[in-house]
Design a protein around this ligand. Sequence first.
Ligand code: ASP
Length: 409
Amino acid sequence: MKLPSLNTQILIGAIVGLVLGWSASVAELPMQDASLYVAGLVGTLFVDLLKMILIPLVFSSIAVGIANLSQHKQMNRVWVSTLLFFVSSMTLAIVLALLAGSYFKPGVGLHLALFERAMQNFTAKQMSVGEFFAQFLHGLFVNPFSALASGNILAVVMFALFLGVALVVGGERYINVRQLMQELLDITLRMVNWVMTLAPLGIAALLFKLAATQDLAVLQSLVKFVVVVIGTLLLHGVVILPLILYAFTKKSPLWFWRGARDALVTAFATSSSAATLPVTLRCVTQNLQVKSEIGGFVIPLGATINMDGTALYEGAAALFVANLVGIDLNLAQQLIIFMTAMLAAIGAPGIPSAGMVTMVMVLQSVGLPAEAVAILLPIDRLLDTVRTTVNVEGDMVGSLVVQKLVERS
Ligand code: ASP
């Protein structure tokens, strides 16, 4: 019997995981604990495998990407259009969040007293915007061996950028290192293909666990906020980003989603843009016809700094907390939220719930209680799924748009 394509298997895995997990949460299934244990084991194993390949992949793909790009003398255009795209799409995302928050006002009428206990037991790490920025900048340049060993992606990206540029400047002299990097990239991509055969099972396990362990009571009390956030994220992911894609490349959303589906489902299941990166890179280069030198540059960089979903969430959550404590934010304060949300999204690493940590800074920037993060924590696993999916979608759309802009020149 011929198995369905991997793409279809992944989709089936996702649906089976969600349905079984949901059934387990409403009806006590026999061997509930055992099945949760097994699902946890399999899901974590899949994420571990992706993370294992991640660092060599990021390192080699950026170095090779730069080295190949500069041959065509297009480096400047790629740089500039990539950064411009990242900033513009995140700007749109935050503006959407602020508009939706001001219109629907989630949090108004909810009593903070309801959440007092959660907030009392939570101590937020205090950090001002200035400190956050300094720490971010400081974290960019790190001993590459320590960054590689500890999985510090941002620092690895930075070193790989330097290495790529040095390889270009050195030209023929460093031909061996360049070839070594190219082979390292080929080998890691081969390993990604192996890991992907486990994806249907891994994704089913992750989604089973997610659906089976949702706390429905907490969800109900915050339902308006959850609906507004997910609705705005969907608006950005299903309408705005595809419109941008169409405007620049004339590619249809259906074509895009078909090619991007594996990465989107993996992002949803893992809640980690970093863990999804190997799959994202595979999707854009194999299915979406992005040249490997463009994808190899835009995707790893995007996975670390371009986070539309997180930016949107930070803005929405700040307005929610303001409503909850009964503060009416004026335009200047909303502008501060806009800027800190952008910084928080750029600075958040692509791991689960990273946005929650940087959220503290956004709240503090306008004097909102950082402890309110405690209210958002119980629903974060759920919201993280959708915002990570939008983060990854933004990176993939970005690589297509940048490719088009470079071709035009
Ligand atoms: N989990 C998100 C990501 O990996 C970051 C966040 O917490 O918003 O993209």
